[in-house]
Design a protein around this ligand. Structure first.
Ligand code: ANZ
Length: 893
């Protein structure tokens, strides 16, 4: 047909693909030795019911990459599934009386259809859903493995309680302001018996494992900081009731360390314990002038040691803490003198012990040594409580130790070591390493999750459900009574369990697991999701690790850390041969839409209120126009279905890839996408013109000599073709710069347009076929169509017919011997305030002739005109200045 009508093309190919999928059925896992594999994984979605533009972006990226590797001869796994447990289903049940299971099923089938309409090629024979008993049976199995190794345990814990959703939240689900990530409510602190996974056991491994991964440095850094390793020391301070001076000079030796801290106190009461502090600055030990413990410190459980008024103040501090999510707020340092003193282990002098709320209860030893001369928080506290004197113990240049008896004069490094060693040999100190990482709270007091497979027996305590009795099925048809306690705790029949012992009286655990447990191992299940007797098959050893994991940077910490933890654990149990699940990570940026906001009130304008206010960054007094993450409340969202209907799936896909490098935020610009549709239309037209010339020649005498078109034009086309092969290949393998890949294809199509007189020649034909192949991973429908048309005229050109559709062809190879290949790169140093921050390496041809290539791209996208630059300064679409736009984005990092 003469004109490019995306919908006709896409409908036809999607139905072909559907048919093919049906015929093929389940594909085997066999990976013969020597065959290269590529496990391309994109983070599976929560089945909310509708895809959003973020989904479109992530799945387009992984789909294109999977196609590329398939065409490059690898065996590719590109599966899709559903992270299907979680609160929204339950909320739908509460608010609208819909059964969570059928609500979820309905959503899944909607979204599956939307994915098909995007032309995404997933291995649907591997589809899984975490809420199906076949899957959560093995999530429960995983729990039992951890339980057996002592890595799943229950403890009373001060937890974040969401007063709206009425559930416990993991620390990670509470933001910096102490609000629930889901309901937005201010989280409260409550003590509850909760299940935890001991991820802290793997802190060191999770840290060192990062070194082997090809992940963005920023994500590695976030994980490193989350694990938060601190190397330091502990010191034990003997406690006393009174302030006694054991001046070093009063002891027989001149060394302060020989004074005996444990010399009997004059008071007759029973001996007091000692107090252990954790410090990262042992060299400051001689500058200590108070100790402070957190209000949750176990010492405070010995209430007999403290006066009533001290305990009352401590109570007050505790309750204040329970209303704030963090006790690190810098404003005020509340504290009270405990009445006890601590003896400095080296000097023997006494220092007061305080209870202070800036000491956090889940870090270190819950106790600190206060060194006001060298720590800002300590100084503030000391000032508020008039704790004097403030003695400097490190020289002002920060290099050596002063005022520290025999350690004075040593360098900080040496001194620190010898203080710790000396304390160690005398039995009151030593090295200590601390991690910020906390154990993973996995209990949820909710219905729609995998039940934790244990029984609570009155006689035997906690009894794990035997593996043979898994899954512990989530009862269906339960009744929801508002947002109160989980329906599981109301279901008497379900609750009754049997621990196996005679006369047992056991009840089932009613907590379900955090959905992050479901997603901590799904990538293993994909390899054989239909296994009945095992969580995953032996084939995981061949298929793992995931070669490329694509997903949102919002999962940079939690999901990725949990999945790594579980993989490390399963490796240690001998189930896996890899410790790390995800070799490469591509963290894609957000999709942003334009927002219009009143400067006066901050209100966002609805679409119908925006008339004539298109410019981003203009100085309108009333309205601020900017790019922000798409969201309902900002009226800047775009529905994927709408844009697919309007422009077609291929245009949406290529535009997504073109508009920004995948790691950066992309701005969804409705003006610009039209340019992309026009460009695909141009590729269509070029191909059909060529096909027509060939057909006409076929109708005339066969074998008729074609007109000589000149070597030079042909040369140009050949070298442009190979340059495109080289650049697009590099984009797929090394840098994932699909924006550059698309630009390259636009340049190739421009060369073809300029060399249209060669239409009908074998060189022209082969260039068009290559263009098709290179574009196929990104725009599978239109290229499938054009490929077929190109095959139809191969005979006329005397070329052999190639079997199979475009996606099953081998990836084109660049001819290394061709001249003018753009192998050179130019390095750009990016400086911020005079400091080198990054080096950008760009292909020289993009740089040398930057203006030229910008014009070329503008011409390509700019519309039907043969001479794209004839259209005046500003192109008629926003994509016209691709290169400089991308530079701006990179510069502003
Ligand atoms: C004495 C000292 C002197 C300290 C000095 C710092 C500077 P990171 O690096 O985060 O591990 N600390 C220890 N446990 C604490 C707790 N539970 N709550 C609040 N603060 C705590 O921090 C370790 C430092 O934080 C430790 O080193 C301790 O203060 C404090 F000039 O000890 B330091």
């Amino acid at each position: 047909s003469a004109e490019y009508v995306p919908h006709e093309v896409e409908k036809k190919w999607q139905s072909k693909w559907r048919q093919k999928l049906k015929e093929r059925g389940h594909v085997t896992n066999e990976l013969p030795p020597g065959v290269d594999k590529h496990y391309t994984l994109s983070m599976f979605p929560y089945p909310s019911g509708r895809l959003h533009m973020g989904h479109v972006r992530v799945y387009t990226i992984s789909d294109a990459i999977a196609h590329f590797h398939r065409m490059s001869g690898k065996k590719v796994l590109h599966p899709m599934g559903w992270d299907a447990f979680g609160l929204p289903a339950e909320n739908a049940a509460i608010e609208r009386g819909i059964d969570p299971a059928s609500w979820t099923q309905q959503n899944i089938s909607n979204m599956r259809g939307q994915m098909a309409s995007l032309g995404l090629h997933f291995n649907w024979d591997r589809e899984l859903s975490t809420c199906s008993p076949e899957y959560y049976k093995w999530t429960q199995w995983l729990f039992l493995q951890l339980f057996r190794r002592g890595l799943a345990y229950q403890k009373q814990a001060l937890v974040n309680w969401d007063p709206v959703d009425k559930t416990v939240l993991a620390n990670e689900q509470v933001d910096d302001e102490g609000r629930s990530w889901r309901s937005g409510a201010l989280a409260e602190k409550r003590y509850l018996l909760q299940w935890f996974f001991k991820i802290t056991h793997y802190a060191e491994q999770l840290l060192s494992g990062l070194e082997t991964l090809e992940w963005p440095a920023s994500v590695k850094l976030m994980q490193t900081e989350w694990i938060g390793k601190s190397e330091g020391a502990f010191f034990d301070f003997q406690l006393r009731n009174t302030l006694e001076h054991h001046h070093p000079s009063s002891s027989s030796s001149s060394s302060p360390s020989s004074s005996s801290p444990s010399s009997p106190s004059s008071s007759s009461s029973s001996p007091l314990p000692s107090l252990r502090v954790f410090t990262t600055r042992p060299e400051t030990l001689f500058g200590v002038n108070f100790l402070a413990v957190s209000p949750e410190h176990p010492l405070l459980l010995k209430t007999e040691l403290f006066s009533e008024s001290v305990m009352a103040t401590v109570e007050e501090m505790r309750s204040r803490l329970s209303h704030h999510s963090t006790n690190n707020d810098s404003s005020s340092k509340h504290g009270v003198f405990s009445g006890l003193y601590a003896v400095h282990p080296f000097t023997g002098s006494g220092v007061p012990v305080y209870v202070a709320d800036y000491v956090v209860s889940d870090y270190g030893t819950k106790a600190v040594m206060g060194v006001p001369a060298h720590d800002a928080r300590d100084l503030q506290f000391a000032a508020e409580h008039r704790l004097l004197p403030v003695t400097e113990v490190v020289s002002s240049d920060g290099l050596s130790i002063i005022n520290s008896y025999q350690f004075s004069g040593l360098s900080v490094e040496e001194g620190s070591k010898s203080i710790v060693n000396s304390a160690h040999s005398q039995g009151f100190g030593g090295h200590m390493t601390q991690y910020k990482l906390r154990d993973w709270l996995i209990s949820r007091q909710r219905y729609w999750g995998a039940p934790i497979p244990v029984l609570h027996c009155r006689k035997c305590g906690v009894v794990p459900v035997p593996e043979t009795q898994l899954p512990v099925i989530l009862p269906t048809g339960v009744e929801f009574k508002g947002r109160g306690p989980s329906p599981l705790s109301q279901d008497e029949a379900w609750l009754r369990g049997d621990c196996g012992k005679p006369g047992c009286c056991a009840r089932r655990e009613t907590d379900t697991m955090d959905t992050f447990v479901d997603s901590s191992w799904y990538f293993l299940r994909f390899i054989d999701p239909h296994l009945n007797d095992k969580p995953f098959s032996e084939a995981v050893r061949r298929w793992m690790p995931v070669d490329l994991y694509v997903g949102g940077v919002e999962h940079a910490i939690l999901h990725l850390l949990y999945a790594r933890f579980i993989t490390h654990f399963l490796h240690d149990q001998g189930f896996l041969s890899h410790k790390e699940p995800f070799q490469k990570l591509l963290a894609q940026g957000m999709v942003q839409g334009k927002t219009y906001r009143l400067r006066s009130s901050g209100r966002y304008l609805r679409p119908e209120e925006r008339e004539g206010r298109e410019m981003v960054g203009n100085e309108d007094d009333e309205v601020r126009v900017s790019w922000e993450k798409m969201s309902k409340s900002k009226y800047n969202g775009v529905d994927p279905e709408d844009v697919i209907r309007e422009y077609g799936a291929d245009t949406v896909r290529v535009f997504m890839l073109f508009k920004a490098p995948p790691e950066l935020d992309m701005q969804w610009d409705t003006q610009a996408i039209r340019g992309m549709l026009r460009w695909l239309g141009r590729v269509w037209t070029l191909t059909h013109e060529h096909v027509k010339v060939c057909q006409r020649r076929g109708e005339r005498e066969e074998g008729e000599e074609k007109e000589e078109e000149g070597e030079e034009g042909e040369q140009k086309i050949v070298s442009a073709t190979h340059r495109a092969i080289q650049e697009v290949t590099a984009s797929f393998t090394e840098r994932h710069t699909f924006n550059v890949a698309v630009s390259e294809l636009m340049i190739l199509s421009n060369t073809l347009r300029d060399g249209r007189s060669l239409s009908g020649s074998p060189a022209y034909h082969s260039a068009l076929e290559t263009l098709c192949l290179l574009l196929a991973p990104m725009a599978p429908h239109v290229t499938a169509h054009l490929w077929e048309d190109l095959q139809g005229v191969r005979r006329v050109l005397g070329l052999p017919i190639i079997k199979g559709d475009v996606l099953s062809q081998p990836w084109p190879q660049c001819d290394e011997s061709l001249p003018n290949r753009p192998t050179d790169t130019v390095e750009f140093v990016l400086q911020v305030n005079g400091r080198k921050r990054a080096v950008l390496s760009l292909p020289s041809h993009l740089v040398d002739s930057e203006d030229l290539s910008r014009e070329v791209v503008r011409g390509a996208v700019g519309g039907g005109s043969d001479r794209g630059r004839g259209r005046g300064g500003e192109g008629d679409c926003g994509t016209s200045q691709t290169h400089c736009k991308h530079c701006h984005q990179m510069m502003s990092l």
